[in-house]
Design a protein around this ligand. Sequence first.
Ligand code: HEM
Ligand code: NAG
Ligand code: NAG
Ligand code: NAG
Ligand code: NAG
Ligand code: NAG
Ligand code: NAG
Ligand code: NAG
Ligand code: NAG
Ligand code: NAG
Ligand code: NAG
Length: 352
Amino acid sequence: MRMRSCLAAPVALVAAVCLLLPAASLAQLQVGFYNTSCPNAEALVRQAVTAAFANNSGVAPGLIRLHFHDCFVRGCDASVLLTVNPAGGPTEREAPPNFPSLRGFEVIDAAKAAVERSCPRTVSCADILAFAARDSVNLTGNTFYQVPAGRRDGRVSNASDALQFLPGPNSTAQNLTDGFGLKGLSTEDMVVLSGSHTIGRSHCDSFLFRNRERLANGTISPAYQALLEALCPPNTSPLTLITTEIDLSTPTVLDNNYYKLLPLNLGLHFSDDQLIRNATLAPFANAFAANETLWKEKFAAAMIKMGNIEVNTGTQGEIRLNCSVVNPGSSAAGIEMLFPAGDATADEVATS
Ligand code: HEM
Ligand SMILES: *[C@@H]1O[C@H](CO)[C@@H](O)[C@H](O)[C@H]1NC(C)=O
Ligand SMILES: *[C@@H]1O[C@H](CO)[C@@H](O)[C@H](O)[C@H]1NC(C)=O
Ligand SMILES: *[C@@H]1O[C@H](CO)[C@@H](O)[C@H](O)[C@H]1NC(C)=O
Ligand SMILES: *[C@@H]1O[C@H](CO)[C@@H](O)[C@H](O)[C@H]1NC(C)=O
Ligand SMILES: *[C@@H]1O[C@H](CO)[C@@H](O)[C@H](O)[C@H]1NC(C)=O
Ligand SMILES: *[C@@H]1O[C@H](CO)[C@@H](O)[C@H](O)[C@H]1NC(C)=O
Ligand SMILES: *[C@@H]1O[C@H](CO)[C@@H](O)[C@H](O)[C@H]1NC(C)=O
Ligand SMILES: *[C@@H]1O[C@H](CO)[C@@H](O)[C@H](O)[C@H]1NC(C)=O
Ligand SMILES: *[C@@H]1O[C@H](CO)[C@@H](O)[C@H](O)[C@H]1NC(C)=O
Ligand SMILES: *[C@@H]1O[C@H](CO)[C@@H](O)[C@H](O)[C@H]1NC(C)=O
């Protein structure tokens, strides 16, 4: 947009105005970003996701959540995939909101391997994750949206950031709205995207204890809580690996049943239940329960919006070669260690 208005302006104005614009404002994600550089990129990702989904349909919710947890922490930069933080310390991936529940990593690795074979050093892990989440929506929800691409991968992954920015199952309406607001997403976007919980699973520790309090004040069905108590051990920890479907009616279909269950006191997490207890949020949840087409349209738009959070573009970041680790020599310290006396540039190291 800004670029076009610059080109249309008289030369003197171009010089005066365009020079004042920060470079980052010119670089935007684009649908078909790999049209010429890697025309098969999206098809290859789709193939990898489809193959993994045929073996285990749980990869679809896994990949959608992986994209969300990537975007909310340091932007959509694939930081959630890193197993090592070059600066040291625990990574996002190891933080309690992500470990051991996050899944789908091996699907991203398979997609990346296929894409690297076809067009080396071209497609970012962050874009692969965004495409894979879209394909997961397509496979479970019979719906489709175009993914603007051109994201570049980050070089930092710090567990503290995940703890700070990822909403937890105990979040109140206010916590949820605030947390999404920090990332530029509206209250409605928050309610819309929570509908992702129409597929996938949850671990006992995410709901058991809080739901005992909900039982006491009548905000969870006693029969449902009895079922959950029977499933889980009486005392769980974050490492208890027992899970249940979040949407007990249609757990593998991306539909609007999630919203229909809430008024029946069948929302699994306290945070899910908040969407109908709070007077600001309830009208959105009720509208989505009443009209699935409406929800799906808004869901696609909100996924695209989420995919734009704090992205690296242009020459920021890097195209990671292996989604689990930053490129060798991509930090100044790394270059110094590998090539003392500066006998190689960052570029030579990264492409060697
Ligand atoms: C609104 C705030 C949110 C909260 C508090 C929240 C919380 C949770 C929790 C506690 C789980 C279960 C984790 C476990 O114990 O295994 C979960 C699962 C899931 N969440 Fe969310 N979530 C939120 C928003 C979102 C958003 C925005 C998305 C995607 C756009 C999303 C997608 C998913 C999916 C697909 C699963 C199932 C994962 C699987 O089956 O592996 N959630 N969420
Ligand atoms: C890629 O091609 C598609 C289909 O022709 C087009 O809609 C899109 O704008 C193109 N994108 C770029 C960045 O060239
Ligand atoms: C198939 O899914 C199971 C988990 O359900 C997993 O352990 C296994 O590695 C998967 N196999 C392939 C080939 O993806
Ligand atoms: C991770 O983030 C925390 C909180 O901002 C900070 O104190 C810590 O130094 C960071 N760790 C690394 C290795 O950068
Ligand atoms: C699923 O995605 C494919 C493209 O990959 C598209 O042709 C198809 O229409 C989508 N399905 C639906 C129901 O939108
Ligand atoms: C929610 O917000 C309150 C008030 O700011 C805060 O004390 C609490 O720790 C937050 N809870 C969660 C689960 O984020
Ligand atoms: C309902 O949620 C909004 C945020 O969306 C918050 O400002 C408001 O305080 C909440 N209402 C109650 C009664 O907690
Ligand atoms: C949620 O609250 C319950 C008590 O109400 C507590 O036992 C549990 O540890 C909390 N979970 C998280 C993830 O904060
Ligand atoms: C039900 O109990 C929970 C305690 O976890 C509380 O936070 C919530 O506001 C209560 N809801 C109602 C409607 O009283
Ligand atoms: C449901 O939402 C769609 C999309 O916004 C709209 O076109 C349609 O009229 C709505 N249906 C009803 C019954 O309100
Ligand atoms: C990517 O890096 C991880 C961690 O070093 C390693 O285990 C894995 O084999 C690498 N994958 C490829 C395709 O090189």
